[in-house]
Structures are given as C-alpha cells and as structure tokens.
Design a protein around this ligand. Structure first.
Ligand code: KIV
Length: 275
C-alpha cells in the first residue's frame, strides 16, 4: 500500500518516483495493476477529457466525479486530486473545505499550484488537518495569463533561486513533494538537490526525484498538440480509429453481429411468428 511516506522513502533511497495522470475507472485499474507510485487526477482533464482550451473552466464538482471514478478503479494506489482554478484561492476556509471534498471523494492528497502567503498558509492548515499537499512550481497552468503563456521557467540564476525559495517555503509548510513543470534540466537538478522533499518533474529533465506525465499524451490518445517533453509509448488514437472503422464496416456489411453475438428464439416461438 502506497502512502505519503513512500515519496520521501523513494527520494532518500535514490529510486525514481513514477507518477501518471488518470481520469476514469478502467484506466485507473490499469495503473493500479502496474503499481505506479501515485496517480494524479489532474485538472489537465479539462483539456484532454472535456475538450476545453485550458484548465480554467473545470469546476471542483466536475473534478470530484473523476476523482471518485479513479478511486473506485485504483484501490491500492496513492491518489492525488488536483485542486482546480479558484477552488482554493479565495480564503483558507474555502480551500480547506474544498480540499476536504477531494479527500471525501477518494483522494489521498491534493495538489495546489503556485506559492504565495495564502498558499503557504493553506498548505499548513491542510497538513495540520490531515490532508497531504503536493506543491506545483515552475510553469503553473492556472497562472498562465500572468506568466505570459506557455513559457519555460527558471532560465536564469535569479529565477532558479526564486523557484527554490518558493519550494523551500512549501517544504517548510508541510508539502510532501513539489511538481516542477517546464524548466531546464539543470535548474530542476539544482532545486532538487537543495530540497529535502522529492521533486516530480514534467518537462524538467531527468534529475528530478520522479516524473509525471499526462497519460493521454504518452499513450497517443490526445492529439490536438504534443508538448516536446512528451515521449509516446503507444498510439491509441490510431488503434481506436482502426477499431471503430472496422466496426463500422462490419455493421454495414452485416458481419457484425454474427450468431456468436446474437440470441436464439425457441423453435416453437419461431414457428408461431411464421404463421
Ligand atoms: O493537471 C495535470 O495533469 C498536472 C500535471 C501533469 C502536473 O498538473
């Protein structure tokens, strides 16, 4: 059974932490079987599942549906629920109450983006209340408009030091780890080496304590765009297309359903119908 302490144990032992996103019951079952170190129900689902252009439009109530589906599918995994935009930014009370809803829906921990006084205080209150928190620094999609778009972060020593300072604040406040998104590998290495808690990289090179990627990206299911840091391990889009096209052809040509997929009427009843 994986718990929050698995993260620190893996960092301390030098074993990399392998995390993936999941959004639905059957995918969660597969990740559970593969024994990934943790599953993130990321707000990226706004884009890859719901078709929004960015992550701003997903609500907490929508996120909770996917968190509970993943929790039903991945009974042995450590599940992290991503707090969506504006579900924790208004007040400590709002953030704490909504973090509680994530846990009640089946998450074992939550993830918050960014670092300011409010976030630090919220991390403290959540951890005191028994809600583990994963931080998220570097490129933070919920702050995309103030960051000026999809830009690589931590490109100068000043900026790297600023990210490290934020990461240390999150560590001190009680975060059990911090996601580092979209930054040069050397920047992430420096931050990782100067933190006690593990870092989980996405587009941040091999020197983080672990990696997280969006499952629809690495399995080639989401094809609107593919970030440079994504490696494709399968091509589900093409596989699904092939299956759907064959199904369509077989329906049109009456190959499907065959006898094997059909139910027989009793002979007697068949006769009655004829008469
Ligand atoms: O929403 C998400 O999926 C994420 C990551 C990939 C880190 O935040």
């Amino acid at each position: 059974m994986k718990t929050v302490s698995t993260f620190q144990r893996l960092k301390d032992s030098g074993e990399k932490i392998a995390m993936l996103t999941a959004y639905d019951y059957s995918t969660a079952q597969v990740l559970d079987k593969a024994e990934v170190d943790a599953i993130l129900v990321g707000d990226s689902l706004a884009m890859v599942v719901l078709g929004h252009e960015n992550t701003y439009n997903i609500t907490l109530d929508e996120m909770l549906i996917f968190v509970s589906a993943v929790a039903r599918g991945a009974k042995n995994s450590f599940i992290i629920g991503d707090m969506p935009f504006m579900s924790y930014n208004l007040s400590i009370e709002q953030g704490l109450e909504n973090a509680g809803k994530m846990i009640k829906s089946g998450a074992n921990a939550i993830k918050l983006e960014g670092c300011n006084e409010h976030i630090v205080n919220l991390v403290k209150r959540c951890t005191e209340t028994g809600i583990p928190v994963l931080g998220h620094l570097g490129f933070t999609p919920q702050l995309m408009n103030t960051l000026g778009g999809h830009k690589i972060q931590g490109k100068t020593s000043d900026k790297i030091e600023a990210i490290l300072e934020s990461a240390k604040k999150l560590e001190e406040a009680g975060c059990f780890g911090v996601v580092l998104e979209l930054m040069p590998a050397d920047s992430a290495k420096y931050i990782t080496e100067n933190l006690k808690i593990p870092t989980i990289g996405i587009g941040a090179g091999v020197n983080c304590s672990g990696q997280i990627v969006v499952i629809d990206d690495i399995l080639g299911k989401f094809t609107d765009f593919t970030p440079r840091f994504v490696k494709k391990y399968a091509n589900l889009h093409d596989e699904i297309l092939k299956g759907v096209e064959l199904y369509k052809k077989e329906v049109k040509t009456e190959i499907f359903p065959s006898e094997k997929q059909s139910f027989e009427l009793d002979k007697e009843e068949k006769e009655k119908l004829k008469n």
